[in-house]
Design a protein around this ligand. Sequence first.
Ligand SMILES: Cc1ncc(COP(=O)(O)O)c(C=O)c1O
Length: 486
Amino acid sequence: MRNKLATQSLFELSAAGRRATTFPESDVGAGPLDELLPAEQLAESPPPLPELSEPTVVRHFVNLSTLNMSVDTHFYPLGSCTMKYNPKRHERLARFGGIGDLHPYAHPEDSQGMLAVLYDLQEMLAEIAGLPAVSLHPAAGAQGELTALLVAAAWFRDRGEERTKVLFPSSAHGTNPASAALAGFKTVQLNKSAGGLVDFDELVSQVDDSTAVFMITNPNTLGIFEKEIVRISQLLHDHGALVYIDGANMNANVGITRPGDFGGDMMHYNVHKTFTGPHGAGGPGAGPIAVRDFLADYLPAPVVQKTGEGYELATPSRSIGRMRSFFGNVGILLRGYFYLRTLGASGLKDVAEQAVLNANYLKAKLADVLPVPDGEWCLHEFVASAKRVKDERGITAMDIAKRLLDYGFHAPTVYFPLVVPEAMMIEPTETESMETLDCFAKAIRTIVTEDPEFLHSAPHTTPISRPDEVAAGRNPVFRWTPACDS
Ligand SMILES: Cc1ncc(COP(=O)(O)O)c(C=O)c1O
């Protein structure tokens, strides 16, 4: 029998007369209230609050807290999101009094330590990107994309060039075209794929003098390195356009290869992926951008500059203005800073190598049940297809994903990217052990042998099984409504 404490609301658990705390009888009477408030303003009866004992309340909330899945409790191979373990020491360091309590309005003279840290972070991110100028402002990867595109638009405007188009491959993350549209560009999707990679000939046919930017993720959303990236960048540059590298997948590159070296002019980081800022549902994150020197004057204000004696906040001469209040999500930036300082350059290279090794290990372990249509080797993640198991046994990617919850694993990303049928995008990250990966592979291998009917109604161990996900996402109901409330 399921534990009601975790599945029912406190209102449903209420029992008349129960109390967590008892107060002595009031000896002041009701008189003063009547005098303070006119009678017609007073409620006729007390509000229908739940009546509960203390253990019921405590158990309810503790049980609720265990219903969610998190990186701290479960393996979380959510492809594209890089749900790696966030070391606790970075959490603690980011909360140290002198750092965590600093007021965002503190005068630069009184916050030299913080400015030194942020300046160092700018420098480290520039070095890792191979691009010299950094803005720490954007609060997420998507805002980084928008910021960089606004920077590009301002640069083209100053040059008197009217460029209207932004190109991106069909495997691009949805935020790429969304950011381009928000920045005022026309979006053009490339549809062909050469083994999961950008089709160079199609790109040639689309690039012209109205192209402003080509947005590309490398390694791409299939977890494959775009090995023609130098030729691609050259093509764009020959047409006077810029190359934007979506750095969401930098976990595979850090310490090994740099966007600036393979032709990128602008990029964003997702600190909450690559550098262990915790992901919070939709935020707060940090999506700093790095750009080439000729774009530096257009970066959002302020940037941290080094002066003779210390550090100051400065506004770049052609700045696009502010993208975010204060200095971005400093709490997340700090976690990224501590992570980078802890690892150093060689540690960072280890991260990428281990992430790639883990992904290839898992890919090989699952190859006969969930084959990967594109790419012999992957980088930090791979996109497997459940099409065969669907054709043969009627088991879908969604069935496998839902059933994994019963086995104690967070599901991989499913049905994205759209270019792979029955896609399961699996990203183990470098923080997982071989034992965990073996367990996960074993669970999937077991699931694909289970009764398809049983799988269609999985998960079977969670309080709710298959909600209408679109309705739940678009119209979430967070408030309990009493039956009598019309
Ligand atoms: C490839 C890619 N680009 C961009 C983004 C957007 O990043 P954010 O969620 O930080 O806005 C994501 C997020 O998952 C991503 O995977």
